[in-house]
Write a protein that binds this ligand. Structure first.
Ligand code: ADP
Ligand code: MG
Length: 677
């Protein structure tokens, strides 16, 4: 049985069993599913494709009798020529004197070793005599502990497969195997361990990739469904007609992406379940407008709405833009930490008496003394800036309030599907027409003077600029020192009528607000800042963004910083000062100058960094897949997602016997007893 101890396998004694145990392998099944972490592929390539100093494999005919020399005590050197594609290649073997007996003039040999492209020479460490088929030789490599070596491990694996392989049962319904041309499970497993060729290996991997994704998707979708059914929501009967009227009153029509997101949100609002949705969209893609319409819908259902943002400035800006959108049709109030005493009491009492439709605020919204009459919709902007508890506190101010989270950090689709398992996701991936593209340049620091003069010209034009400071790794303190130095440098460089401001993390919140307000009001012309610069802050008059040490930032962060400009009708510029050493840094700079599409950048960032790095290792919350790779196998992930949703929709797990193994897996994983939230 697969659940047998590994000790039942021939060749697994006490010591080996201990080593296996340290690798978390206890049963035969554990062993069989302990997959190679990589494969060395010895593929025979044409000579001109061989790369100097690479490990290569070549095949040819031995042109002369190998000559053997001894030197030192036990050292030897075997030397011969091989004709490969009519070229004479030198082959050298050290300390393999015995090979002289095997290799004869006229033999066809396959040689693997280090390639010297200048001398057309291979230093052989593996050889094989005789015709080799044109197939590649593939060597699985396992991550092993203790005294276990690859060779020994493969022997054990081979015995295990021979003894137990047939017991591995299929999990996937037949028609998936047929439709996607996937090998059956135990065949695929055998191939993973002993791949006969590349093609077979590819198919086996495809099979397990799909299986992993399908199981994962079934799991999260089922959890979401169970969770949703368990959370009572409210059915908000809003007036579609009034919502339509409000939409028509806007000075523009929504983009398709906005319309789609809005439809999904309104659907949730109307459903009896509680909305738990994330709205993603690049800066300026028009999330706020969508939020405003959703809030409006909730009001027509006689509910109140709340919009929470991380800073006072953002709250004020949102307040102003919503007032403008709604005109007199909606009563809207601002509630922040600086609103105190009588004024605050008045707002709180009006809120409780339902005299306020929408309240916009900061953390001030989640204080204990804030009560709503009937809170219908909660919107949380820049959601990552709030803790889980804070988000929940606002939600719980209502009975079954719907919740919409918003974020301007484009999260690659790939990750969005996996990372936000318990949230529904809407994406606005289209910009309103008529935006001016931000021009992005990548320069070296010796261009600084020209940059400063360029800024000066823009300021003479009435425009403003940000300068983001050089970064010092792992030191906030030195970063701030840098900011102070740069601030002083610029203040001295520019004539006194050009006013330079300074912003960094150690300023008191009030000071920060003052600086920001001065910049918003164009009393400061250049803002020198560390990366604390507010996300989402809107200064349409700012048209230049200079970023020092740009190579040290990820693409997502550079894009966020760049998003501070280009918010008005004026042409905007982003200047990246960077002297990247590595390929990745150079690649980042190149991509930045070539695109302003946040989702595209996010995908590229992910490719350059890998999923673990994207959110930071700890908070990634991404599941680990053994075979699958969320970035490269993204298409398979989408397929699996659709299949999983069909399986759940049509209730195939219960109605169709072919799906029993999947159901069994989900039961074993405890999905049916688990609940999120
Ligand atoms: P976000 O919150 O996603 O950063 P906003 O909702 O603040 O974006 O929109 C940015 C700007 O674009 C605002 O001035 C808004 O009025 C405008 N806008 C939003 N949607 C559209 C649209 N469909 N067509 C034209 N302008 C739009
Ligand atoms: Mg916004």
């Amino acid at each position: 049985m697969l659940s047998d101890s590994v000790k039942k396998i021939k060749g697994v004694g006490k010591k080996v069993a201990e080593d296996l145990a340290s690798m978390n392998i206890h049963t035969v099944e554990d062993l069989l599913f302990y997959l190679p972490y990589r494969y060395d592929i010895f593929e025979i390539k044409p000579l001109i494709e061989l790369i100097h100093e690479d490990k290569v494999t070549i095949m040819g005919r031995v042109a002369n009798e190998p000559s053997l020399n001894f030197f030192g005590k036990k050292k030897s050197r075997l030397f011969f020529n091989v004709m490969v594609e009519n070229v004479a290649v030198k082959a050298v073997m050290f300390n393999k004197a015995f090979a002289k007996k095997h290799i004869k003039q006229g033999d066809v040999v396959t040689l693997t070793g280090k390639w010297d492209a200048h001398r057309l020479q291979i230093t052989v460490n593996k050889y094989k005599v005789g015709e080799t088929q044109q197939t590649d030789e593939i060597q699985p490599v396992y991550s092993l502990k203790g005294d276990l070596k690859n060779h020994r491990f493969r022997k054990i694996m081979s015995d295990a497969l021979n003894g137990y392989g047939e017991e591995i049962e299929e999990r996937l319904p037949q028609h998936y195997l047929i439709n996607y041309k996937l090998p059956i499970r135990h065949e695929a497993l055998k191939i993973m361990h002993f791949p006969p060729n590349r093609k077979a290996l590819k198919h086996a991997r495809r099979r397990f990739t799909y299986e992993e994704f399908l199981l994962f998707q079934l799991k999260i979708q089922l959890l979401r469904k169970l969770n949703r059914e368990a959370t009572v929501g409210q059915k908000q009967d809003f007036s579609l007609e009034r919502v339509q009227q409000f939409k028509n009153s806007l000075p523009f029509s929504l983009t398709n992406a906005q319309d789609k997101a809005l439809k999904q949100i309104l659907n949730d609002i109307q459903s009896p379940y509680r909305m738990n949705r994330l709205l993603q969209g690049d800066v300026g893609s028009g999330k706020t407008v969508v939020a405003a319409i959703a809030l409006y819908a909730s009001i027509t259902a006689n509910r109140q709405g709340a919009l929470m943002v991380p800073t006072e400035i953002l709250a004020e800006q949102h307040y102003e833009s919503l007032c403008e959108l709604y005109g007199d049709s909606v009563t809207i109030e601002l509630l922040t930490g600086s609103i105190k005493g009588k004024k605050r009491e008045k707002i709180l009492s009006a809120l409780e008496k339902n005299e306020i439709d929408i309240v916009i605020g900061t953390h001030a919204l989640i204080q204990d003394d804030v009560y709503f009459h009937e809170l219908g919709l909660v919107i949380i902007d820049e959601q990552h800036r709030f803790g889980v508890k804070q988000r929940r506190m606002l939600r719980d101010k209502g009975k079954h309030a719907d919740v919409l989270f918003m974020t301007a950090t484009p999260i690659p689709r790939t990750l969005a599907i996996t990372a936000f398992g318990d949230m529904d996701v809407s994406i606005i991936d289209e910009m309103p027409a008529g935006r001016q593209e931000i021009e992005t340049y990548w320069v070296k620091e010796n261009m600084l003077e020209r940059i400063l003069d360029f800024i000066q010209k823009k300021i003479k034009n009435g425009e403003q600029a940000y300068v983001i400071c050089p970064l010092i790794e792992e030191s906030d303190k030195l970063d701030i020192q840098n900011a102070v130095d740069l601030y002083e440098q610029l203040a001295t460089y520019y004539p006194s009528e050009i006013r330079v401001g300074l912003m960094h993390g150690k300023l008191h919140p009030n000071e920060k607000d003052d600086v920001m307000k001065a910049f918003i009001n164009n009393q400061l012309h250049v803002l020198v800042s560390t990366t604390v610069i507010e996300v989402g802050v809107n200064v349409p008059n700012a048209t230049v963004m200079v970023i020092y040490d740009a190579e040290r930032f990820g693409l997502a962060q550079l894009h966020q910083l760049r998003g501070r400009v280009g918010r008005g009708s004026l042409k905007s510029y982003c200047i990246l000062i960077a002297e990247p050493k590595g390929m990745v840094g150079k690649e980042r700079m190149r991509i930045m100058t070539e695109t302003t599409d946040g989702f595209f950048l996010a995908e590229e960032d992910l490719k350059l960094r890998g999923p673990g790095d994207f959110f930071g290792k700890k908070q990634s919350g991404l599941p680990e897949f053994k075979v699958a790779d969320v970035v490269h196998d993204y298409r398979a992930l989408e397929t699996a997602r659709n299949d999983a949703s069909q399986i759940l929709e049509e209730e195939l797990l219960i109605s169709d016997i072919q799906y029993r193994p999947l159901l069994q897996y989900l039961e074993e994983e405890g999905v049916f007893s688990l609940k999120l939230d």
